[in-house]
Design a binder for this molecule. Structure first.
Ligand SMILES: Cc1cc2nc3c(=O)[nH]c(=O)nc-3n(C[C@H](O)[C@H](O)[C@H](O)COP(=O)(O)O)c2cc1C
Length: 181
């Protein structure tokens, strides 16, 4: 059994749901998983106490959260010396009009800016949660969706996450972990 730290940065909750599904998959494989929000007190985060680390974050206005870019260099070798993975969540990665080049650019930019080359990366499609947005965010998203060919009916939410891909990613991460002695 390996101990895994799963850090997530989520604004409207979809990245957290994806992290939940990964944690569930890894626990089914016999691993222990601790999920923590990536904006928790950095003093509480000690990757060295784990056998592997997964970090996930969503995109807003073209960026992963700035605090994550600061956190990664602080984790340093404790992150890179053990199996490590990063996943990005965005609407570019899926939905009715995916923009995969943009999703890849988010991943590339994150790696460049954080200085971290994760062993495993993925982009997952997120969700459009009109029910959670305040009036300004809702208007912004209607404009984005109108320009990008997305859903503009705000009477419901839309989830585009490919859950099979999420489970596969967790399985691939499990393959990076040392077999039990
Ligand atoms: C205000 C706002 C801005 C967003 N900007 C982008 C963007 O620039 N590119 C993109 O692909 N997705 C964008 N998204 C979509 C989010 O990445 C998507 O909703 C994701 O599921 C959010 O994950 P979270 O719930 O974990 O925060 C945006 C969403 C919101 C609400």
């Amino acid at each position: 059994m390996s101990r895994i730290l799963l850090l997530y940065a989520s604004v409207e909750g979809q990245t957290q749901l994806i992290a939940d599904r990964m944690a569930h998959t890894l626990r089914e494989k016999g691993h222990s998983v601790e999920m923590l929000p990536a904006d928790a007190d950095p003093a509480q985060l000690d990757p060295a106490a784990y056998d592997g680390v997964i970090v996930g974050a969503s995109i807003h206005y073209g960026h992963h959260p700035a605090y994550l870019l600061k956190l990664i260099p602080r984790l340093g070798k404790a992150l890179t010396e053990r199996p490590n993975a990063f996943f990005s969540v965005s609407l570019s990665a899926g939905g009715p009009r995916p923009k995969l080049y943009a999703a890849q650019r988010y991943l590339d930019k994150f790696q460049r800016k954080s200085g971290w080359r994760p062993q495993l990366t993925a982009s997952f499609a997120g969700a459009l949660k009109y029910s959670l947005y305040g009036p300004i965010k809702r208007r912004v998203m209607i404009v984005f969706m109108t320009l990008g060919g997305g859903e503009t009916d705000t009477s419901r939410d839309y989830e585009y996450t490919d859950w099979d891909a999420v489970v596969r990613f967790a399985g691939e991460f499990a393959q990076l972990l040392k077999p039990a002695q």
